[in-house]
Design a protein around this ligand. Structure first.
Ligand SMILES: *Cc1c(COP(=O)(O)O)cnc(C)c1O
Length: 378
């Protein structure tokens, strides 16, 4: 156990009341009960999306997006290599080929200026990842997609309650995918959601999520029989998970503001190290309102990062890194390819170190971590 762990799952304090209500009052613990409906409507109102369907995970939201995009074997999907495996897996499961392009060093997001060159006759979609809750350059990306008639899927797993030019992440592309894993800003243990931009796609998505049946239409009285109408799976999460999440949505702004305050405190305390040329801090481009999903620093290189992790560990502070770029992984080499030159993906991923960041992290904790980092460089 670390004195300051890397993550503590968000806990608003009323989760147990909500769970009790689901079990003892609503008598509803499987999918699509009153709490699921409340969460769904909350996100629809907050983001302005046509529909938000809660899912078993962010991974499953991405898988739904892949099915709904109807990518076929041999189709290509352009994405960054610096991301979680689920961004690629979702498309690989349908036989599509991930085409990785380089990232921008300032945000670690896909470099929008490298996308167009990677487009071929087989390109079907662009899958962007809003790393650390900081938006990709969506104006440029949506323009490219429109000109080449490509679908856009947003992996907004880290982008809940974050915005680009005033618009919620996850609402630009055809589909946006959220995660409510315990490491994310709002959590239900394991869970996620898919945002659907086009109202005409909602029914198809509901059928896919409900084992290929038209159960949602049946419950709304829009059809008089409930039957198997298409291929599908069970992408809907337990009502218990939604009850847990609902507690946090009640204080969504407080959670966001608290995280941002801790993030800003880290930034102020570590800025002298950046000014002295020792480390680099994250960049938030103009127009991006982030959600303080993560606070990272960049060390000189992988060796210095290892020493810093060890030094923090001695003080009972856990700092972690990720991701191993997908194009250098075993599966990434088998299923995908890198287009263009890897100028930043590998180099920057080896320098990045994530510091503890969670809702219950205190100001004192942040001071202590920042002091430990500063002491390392002294
Ligand atoms: C967390 C995460 C996912 C997966 O979400 P799960 O809910 O854990 O399945 C996908 N992509 C990114 C970028 C993530 O950070």
């Amino acid at each position: 156990m670390y004195r300051i762990p890397f993550n503590i799952p968000p806990y608003a304090g009323t989760e147990m009341d909500m769970l009790r209500e689901a079990v003892e009052v609503n008598h509803k613990i499987s999918g699509d009960g009153p709490f699921t409906k409340k969460c769904k409507e909350w996100f629809e109102a907050k983001t302005g999306t046509a529909s938000c369907l809660l899912t078993t995970s962010g991974t499953d939201a991405l898988e739904m997006a892949s099915h709904l995009s109807a990518v076929e074997p041999g189709d290509e999907v352009i994405m960054p290599s610096y991301t979680f495996v689920s961004t690629a897996n979702a498309f690989v499961l349908r036989g599509a080929v991930p085409v990785f392009v380089d990232i921008r060093p300032d945000t670690m997001n896909i470099d929008e200026t490298k996308i167009e060159d990677a487009i071929t006759e087989k390109t079907k979609a662009i899958a962007v990842v809003h790393y650390a809750g900081v938006s990709c350059e969506m104006d440029t990306i949506m323009d490219i997609a429109k000109r080449h008639n490509l679908m856009v899927i947003e992996d907004a797993a880290q982008g809940v309650m974050a915005w680009y030019k005033g618009k919620a992440l996850g609402t630009f592309g055809d589909y946006g995918c959220y995660s409510f894993h315990e490491t994310k800003n709002y959590s239900m243990g394991e869970g996620g959601a898919i945002l659907i931009r086009d109202p005409e796609k909602i029914t198809e998505a509901e059928i896919l999520r409900e084992k290929g049946t038209n159960r949602s239409l049946y419950y709304r009285g829009q059809v008089d029989k409930y039957s198997w109408v298409s291929f599908g799976s069970s992408f809907l999460q337990s009502e218990l998970n939604a009850a847990y999440l609902w507690a946090q949505l009640q204080i969504a702004d407080t959670i966001n503001e608290t995280r941002l305050a801790r993030w800003n405190q880290y930034y102020e305390l570590l800025k002298p190290l950046q000014d002295a040329g020792k480390i680099e801090l994250p960049t938030i481009p103009k127009g991006c309102e982030h959600n303080a999903h993560m606070f990272y620093i960049k060390t000189a290189d992988i060796e210095e990062r290892q020493r810093l992790i060890a030094a923090l560990g001695e003080k009972q502070i856990l700092a972690v890194f990720h991701y191993v770029p997908l194009h250098s992984s075993q599966a990434g080499q088998r299923y995908g390819r890198f287009h263009g030159e890897d100028v930043y993906t590998t180099k920057e991923s080896e320098r990045l170190l994530r510091l503890p960041m969670y809702y219950s992290l205190t100001e004192d904790n942040v001071s202590e971590v920042a002091e430990a980092v500063t002491a390392f460089y002294r």
